[in-house]
Design a protein around this ligand. Structure first.
Ligand code: HEM
Length: 438
């Protein structure tokens, strides 16, 4: 589908075959992103990974993120953080279940705070439980605000040039909001950087304990610049791209489970049978034993991908499915529609994790009917971190608690509406009543 948008033109790619032609056959020609005004602002003029041009600095930034945060060794070294934070959440929900039985907890808020705690500790060296300036709720709110702002289109994106000044005047309020969000985010990144610079004798990027901020500071130092925009751009990608994307899937997974008691029961029976009763703590080693849970994660990513439409921009003229696509066309891969295509999926709207039994589908972007993490050069670099965190959290939720809807609600009463610009949230918070299993 072609969409002329003022002076910009966009195409939406909604079939498996066309997605493969874009992301595999033409990977190199389509590995740029649309440069909309809000993304430009929040990425410090494209000095980040996610919105950057396909360039040497994109390659450098992506490499540092892999070395300091996302490779297997680093993932293992932050295992204790994920487990500790999970333990903390289980205790919090347990207390709530014991003190106020039959009172609902806000799982949307709990999951946002959980992932914010995990990522801020492992990636940014910030413990939000003890931080004097930022607490978990403030951070969770800032993430939502920033994420909603990121891919917001402005009038000037469609009508650049002289009309831009007129648009600036007309949409001052929107721009003002973006400026305020940017300032709040910038203060946070600056705080993180200052914190790292304070400890001049602290870890170097070669130390096993170094985090991505240390790695990025070393990189800008090596490149002989004191411009911190590149560091802040990458912090933005982790902060806005890493927290809500994981939390969104957790919220949808629990929503689907409560709407589908058959699946919830089957998952809990499997988990409790293989882990045994009365365990105090779950570890990541336990993830090896719970196959059905992994299918639940896949099915949730199929039905509710956090990034339902992947933005790309063509770098040269190309042909997709026989259609000519000029250079600089915005391309949106409609992962959401492909994940619900009745030509590919039987009963596509139903939540049936069993559909993935014996399927070779993985998250590596080789199956173009299932692209929750994208594909090719610009695919999500955090697949392992994301899938481990998702599985660990759901395992804890299903092992330690039984779940009910509040106030006599039934599954059909749940509002399934969503809201977003690039990542899409469940619009209404998910409120469920926990009952401690043992
Ligand atoms: C369930 C969780 C997540 C989902 C569903 C997800 C999904 C995606 C998708 C669809 C893309 C675009 C891929 C493409 O263009 O082909 C992407 C890119 C990216 N993601 Fe994720 N993501 C998740 C978690 C994370 C986390 C935890 C981080 C960081 C800690 C992260 C960092 C990034 C970065 C930096 C990019 C840009 C890559 C580039 O342009 O080179 N993501 N993600």
């Amino acid at each position: 589908m072609a969409l002329p948008l003022g002076f910009a033109s966009a195409v939406v790619i909604s079939s498996r075959e066309a997605a493969e032609e874009v992301l595999k056959t033409n990977d190199l020609e389509t590995c740029s992103r649309p440069k909309v005004m809000a993304a430009r602002k929040l990425s410090y003029n494209l000095k980040d990974i996610t919105f950057a041009h396909y360039s040497d600095s994109w390659r450098e930034n992506r490499k540092v993120s892999m070395v300091e945060l996302l490779n297997f060794k680093k993932l293992q070294s932050f295992k204790f953080i994920r487990e500790e934070e999970m333990d903390f959440v289980v205790k919090k929900i347990s207390n709530s279940a014991l003190e106020q039985s039959l009172v609902a907890v806000d799982l949307s808020q709990i999951f946002m705070c959980l992932v914010a705690n995990i990522l801020c500790r492992s990636a940014l060296g910030q413990n939000l439980h003890t931080n004097k300036f930022f607490d978990e709720k403030k951070i969770a709110k800032l993430v939502v605000q920033g994420s909603l702002a990121t891919c917001h289109f402005g009038f000037s994106d469609f009508f650049p040039g002289k009309l831009e000044n007129f648009a600036d005047w007309l949409f001052q309020r929107k721009k003002g909001q973006l400026k305020r969000t940017f300032k709040e985010l910038d203060d946070f990144y600056q705080h993180v950087i200052d914190d790292h610079l304070k400890s001049l004798d602290g870890p170097k990027s070669t130390d096993p304990s170094a985090d991505i901020v240390t790695g990025m500071l070393d990189l800008v130092d090596k490149n002989g610049t004191t411009d911190m925009d590149q560091v802040k751009g990458v912090l933005m990608n982790i902060f806005l791209g890493g927290i809500d994307t994981i939390a969104i899937i957790l919220i949808w997974a629990m929503t689907e489970l409560i709407r589908n008691p058959r699946v919830m029961k089957k998952a809990q029976e499997e988990i409790r049978a293989v882990l045994g009763g009365k365990r105090e703590k779950i570890t990541e080693e336990d993830l090896e034993k719970v196959e059905y849970l992994k299918l639940i994660v896949k099915e949730t990513l199929r039905l509710h991908p956090s990034v339902p439409s992947i933005p790309r921009e063509s770098m040269s003229q190309l042909t997709i499915q026989g259609y000519d696509i000029p250079a600089k066309t915005w391309m949106y891969i409609n992962v959401w529609a492909i994940g619900r295509d009745p030509k590919i999926w039987e009963n596509p709207e139903d939540f049936i994790p069993e559909r993935f039994i014996n399927s070779a589908f993985n998250f590596k972007g080789q199956n173009f009917e299932f692209l929750p993490f994208g594909s090719g050069r610009r695919a999500c670099p955090a697949v392992s971190m994301a899938s481990t965190t998702l599985e660990l959290c759901l395992l804890n939720m299903l092992y330690f608690f039984d779940w009910n809807l509040p106030n006599g609600m039934v599954g059909e009463d749940i509002d399934m509406g969503d809201v977003g610009n690039i990542s899409f949230y469940k619009k209404e918070p998910l409120l469920l009543v926990p009952v401690k299993h043992h």
